[in-house]
Design a protein around this ligand. Structure first.
Ligand SMILES: [Zn+2]
Length: 383
């Protein structure tokens, strides 16, 4: 199954594995980024390490047996399925004692890890989902309107409506008055159709929590439709597309994804530019890993910007989750820190858990000249 919505994550979170435990496995299977040999070595390394950890755990025999079986299943999955695995990432969730097994295809490679704990570890899934926008495509012509939901490369028709708008009559004839009256009659119907559709757009946006709205309609209608949008709808309005009611969904999807990519790139660039401007004038911003982590630890970060796939090892405090480049002892709680294979990933998770927006910027960008990481701050730094 493909990872496509937060309901899938919610389902995993709700699963109770008690009295047994849960195994969560994440593997980067992006064959464009690494050799198949490296992928194999990575999963074998994770499983061997997990086996060692398991032997040292002091837990009841049945719980241990269930966890051991999870590792066997994951190992079997990797041997048999990875050679033909197409997605750039995989997540597996297993609790053999309760006969639970779930496979998820991930749209991009996660950090490799295998965690055996009381519950399933789902935070990486939320981080991945957070990278994708949910779009609403609203297509309208003089009689029909339809709404699509587009998320992670998939399209779904949400609703459609057809209004009784009379066809246009040819002008002329001797009864000028009559033809004007008919025209007004048509105009009124058309306006009613637009009003109804604008209201429906508001209802749909409110129900579905979309990030962006894209509108597909003829140029002649747009100036009539746009003023009918509620201010909430206007705040989501991001652009116009060529699709109309009747356009094949696959074509609508293609057009929306293309626009999403362009707009996202533009948005990222603008954000990086304003970060750089803020840095240069000594304003509410910070850059580089050491400084950014310090601000993140101190709850000063407002928005975090990271070059996509930037990674660096470091240390993390098991108590307060403080992140450090090389502090052996947490300066806040004086607890010994532990090694974090990917400090940047830990930073993303910490930010997400505190509801701080994280923007992953595609290369190339100016952020690379500023240490690949930076943040807008809530307060002006004390100098
Ligand atoms: Zn600490």
């Amino acid at each position: 199954m493909k990872l496509s919505n937060s309901a899938q994550i919610e389902t995993l979170v709700q699963i109770k594995t008690h009295p047994f435990q849960a195994t969560s496995f994440y593997l980067n299977t992006d064959k464009g980024e690494q050799s198949f040999k490296a992928i194999n070595a990575a999963y074998k390394g994770l499983i061997n390490q997990a086996k060692l950890n398991l032997e040292m755990k002091k837990i009841p025999r049945e719980v241990q047996k269930s966890l051991q079986e999870d590792l066997e299943k994951i190992s079997n999955f990797c041997t048999s399925r990875l050679p033909s695995w197409k997605a750039p990432g995989v997540a597996l969730f297993s609790c053999s004692g309760k006969n639970i097994w779930q496979e998820l295809e991930l749209p991009h490679g996660p950090r490799n890890r295998l965690i055996q704990d009381f519950d399933f570890y789902t935070r990486p899934l939320s981080v991945i989902l957070g990278r994708y926008k949910t779009l609403c495509a609203f297509l309208i012509n003089r009689r029909e309107a339809c709404w699509y939901r587009i998320h992670m490369g998939e399209i779904k028709l949400l609703e459609s409506l057809t209004s009784e708008v009379p066809k246009k009559v040819k002008k002329g004839g001797f009864e000028g008055y009559e033809s004007k009256r008919i025209e007004r009659h048509i105009e009124a119907h058309l306006l009613e159709h637009f009003k109804k559709s604008a209201q429906k757009t508001f209802d749909i946006l409110k129900q579905n929590n979309f990030d962006w709205l894209l509108v597909g309609c003829d140029d002649q209608f747009y100036p009539q439709i746009e003023p009918l949008f509620h201010s909430y709808v206007k705040s989501k309005l991001k652009g116009r597309i060529k699709s109309r009611p009747g356009t094949k969904p696959s074509r609508v999807l293609e057009e929306c994804l293309e626009l999403e990519e362009n707009l996202t790139k533009k948005e990222q660039q603008e954000l990086v530019n304003s970060l750089v401007a803020e840095l240069e004038r000594g304003g509410r911003a910070v850059s580089g890993l050491a400084d950014t982590l310090r601000k993140l630890n101190n709850y000063e970060v407002q928005t975090l910007l990271i070059t996509h796939n930037f990674s660096k090892s470091g240390r993390v405090c098991p108590d307060c989750h403080g992140l450090y480049l090389n502090e052996e002892l947490c300066p806040v709680c004086r607890v010994k820190t532990v090694v974090a294979t990917d400090l940047v990933d830990e930073a993303i998770e910490l930010a997400v858990s505190r509801n701080i927006p994280v923007v992953q910027v595609s290369r190339p960008s100016r952020l690379e000249h500023y240490g690949n990481i930076g943040a807008f701050l809530r307060y002006k730094p004390q100098i």
